[in-house]
Write a protein that binds this ligand. Structure first.
Ligand SMILES: *Cc1c(COP(=O)(O)O)cnc(C)c1O
Length: 224
């Protein structure tokens, strides 16, 4: 089995173990810092959905891979002065965590493009310096996104800090899933819970993740 098949098998077995269909769990290939030839190999194997953390690096790759009909997701911390590139070039922005960024993305999404798909990044670890809004801020931010006509509110994204205790890890993902369900009840456009990386894919899928973001286990270690 190659790396892609191994990750797909992990998703399938985690989904089946939780009584879910693996068709309900999308795979985002996190290609940050990965060389172009590894991305091209994954495209040849059928992967279409890619995630990037650094705007300039991403724009370079997009230009060189423009013919492949790829779907690009921005998953890194957002600097306000980079929102125009996000609005003009990405299909999804998963790391929206403040109203200022919502306003800028909405103003800067070009007319004639489909609405930009947006996830609210939530910080479940109460670390003030971390990216993501506090759970208590989700409601206001969601209302701001809903009012922005060039954006489409699709759900939540989180990067929970690793827990050594599996029960604690499961509890964090369960808490995230409750926040997601509350949002989905209010907004019919909400259908995406982006959670789970190479190390915690199984726990995230068991707790209801609909999109896992995998870098290392798909591509191999990121070269420095
Ligand atoms: C880098 C990154 C990933 C992928 O992490 P791996 O451990 O390499 O699978 C997923 N999500 C975000 C937000 C990232 O920055």
């Amino acid at each position: 089995m190659n790396r892609l098949e191994q990750v797909q098998a992990r998703i399938r077995s985690a989904a089946e173990g939780a009584g879910r269909s693996s068709r309900d769990v999308a795979l985002l290939a996190v290609s940050k810092k990965q060389p172009l030839e590894r991305i091209v190999a994954l495209i040849a194997a059928g992967q279409r959905r890619f995630g990037e953390n650094y705007v300039d690096e991403a724009l370079g790759k997009m230009a060189r891979l423009a013919d492949h009909g790829l779907e690009w997701h921005f998953i890194g911390p957002i600097q306000s002065n980079k929102t125009r590139a996000l609005a003009e070039s990405f299909d999804w922005v998963q790391s929206v965590d403040r109203a200022k960024v919502v306003r800028r993305l909405n103003d800067q999404r070009p007319a004639g493009m489909a609405p930009l798909n947006v996830l609210i990044q939530v910080d479940l670890d109460d670390e003030a310096q971390k990216a993501g809004c506090a759970p208590a801020e989700i409601e206001d931010l969601a209302a701001t996104i809903e009012a922005a006509t060039n954006l489409s509110l699709r759900g939540l994204m989180a990067i929970p800090a690793p827990r050594a205790d599996p029960a604690e890890q499961t509890a964090v993902f369960a808490r995230l899933h409750r926040l997601y369900q509350a949002l989905a009840e209010r907004y019919p456009s909400v259908d995406t819970l982006s959670a789970g990386m190479s190390a915690d894919l199984e726990a995230a899928v068991a707790a209801g993740s609909t999109m896992v973001r995998i870098g290392t286990d798909l591509f191999g270690p990121r070269p420095d």
